[in-house]
Design a protein around this ligand. Structure first.
Ligand SMILES: NC(=O)c1ccc[n+]([C@@H]2O[C@H](COP(=O)([O-])OP(=O)(O)OC[C@H]3O[C@@H](n4cnc5c(N)ncnc54)[C@H](OP(=O)(O)O)[C@@H]3O)[C@@H](O)[C@H]2O)c1
Length: 256
């Protein structure tokens, strides 16, 4: 699909990758972006930068009521970007209970599903359109220090593949975006090579325009995808090695 003249909705639009999506969508000539945020006040810089081409929406993706209201307000949407996400930086055993995993699932998996359910009829009414789900290299291979997050992103990848099948009948293309570390607040404390959010967003929007369904946005993800095909056992070993290296710098239960 061409980005120009689409009407997009972006979740978690107030900062990080989401904010970058809004800027890039406007630069590519969308008609309008509905910018979702838990606190609409945090959208002020976007509204100041882009005027009424950005429409603020109060949107917590864990809320059925918010998702429904968003779909009523954004009835002309043709592109849904499921960007909102959380990372609690915990291994599953390290967490010592299910709560961090549950909180991450509620946003990263159920939030994505909730928005797809709310917006599928809107997209169908507007000709089909597209959904972009922001996944991760951790969808492809678990990074154990982020074990609960990895599980949610693997589940969200599976959901993406099923939605792609289910929504083809209404002509909605469902894309997944995969990336390693991106330079945003989510991994601010991690001292590692990170790709700029602007580069990731460019790859995402180029991928949508080129009808690429699974968009590998950086070199790290491309390497993981190749290893998954050519040497899956080696990929797991190297992810454990990366986990060991990470734990030398950031021991368990310490995220700063
Ligand atoms: N950074 C990375 O290394 C990386 C790598 C691969 C994939 N990703 C994915 O990229 C996406 C964007 O993350 P980011 O790097 O931009 O992280 P970020 O800077 O931490 O931003 C996360 C965004 O999600 C929003 N959010 C969290 N919970 C929400 C909820 N319940 N309802 C609505 N919005 C909610 C946050 O809003 P508040 O301001 O209200 O908290 C914020 O706008 C996520 O899906 C993440 O998993 C990130």
């Amino acid at each position: 699909m061409l980005i120009k003249d689409t009407v997009a909705i972006v979740t978690g639009a107030n900062r990080g990758l989401g904010k970058c999506f809004v800027d890039a969508l406007i630069a590519r000539g969308v008609a309008r972006v509905y910018a979702g945020a838990r606190d609409p006040g945090s959208l002020t810089p976007l509204l100041e930068a882009h005027g009424d081409r950005v429409q603020p929406l109060r949107l917590d993706v864990t809320s059925d009521a918010d998702a429904r209201t968003a779909a009523e307000h954004a009835g002309d949407a043709t592109l849904l970007i499921n960007n909102a996400g959380v990372l609690e930086s915990l291994g599953v055993m390290e967490a010592g209970g299910l709560e961090p995993l549950r909180r991450e699932m509620e946003v990263n998996l159920y939030g994505t599903a909730r928005m797809a359910l709310a917006f599928a009829p809107v997209l169908a009414a507007n000709g089909g359109g597209a959904i972009l789900n922001i996944l991760s290299a951790a969808s492809l291979v678990a990074f154990p220090p982020f074990g609960s997050y990895s599980a949610t992103k693997a589940a969200a990848m599976s959901l993406t593949h099923s939605l792609r099948y289910e929504l083809q009948a209404q002509n909605t293309m469902v894309h997944g975006l995969y990336a390693g570390f991106i330079d945003t607040g989510m991994v601010e404390y991690v001292d590692a090579e990170k790709v700029s959010p602007r580069d990731i967003v460019t790859a995402a929007l180029d991928g949508i325009e080129a009808n690429v369904v699974d968009i590998d946005a950086d070199e790290r993800t491309k390497a993981v995808r190749l290893a998954l095909r050519d040497d899956p056992e080696g990929l797991i070993r190297s992810s454990w090695q990366r986990a060991d290296d990470f734990r030398k710098v950031y021991p368990a239960n310490s995220s700063d």
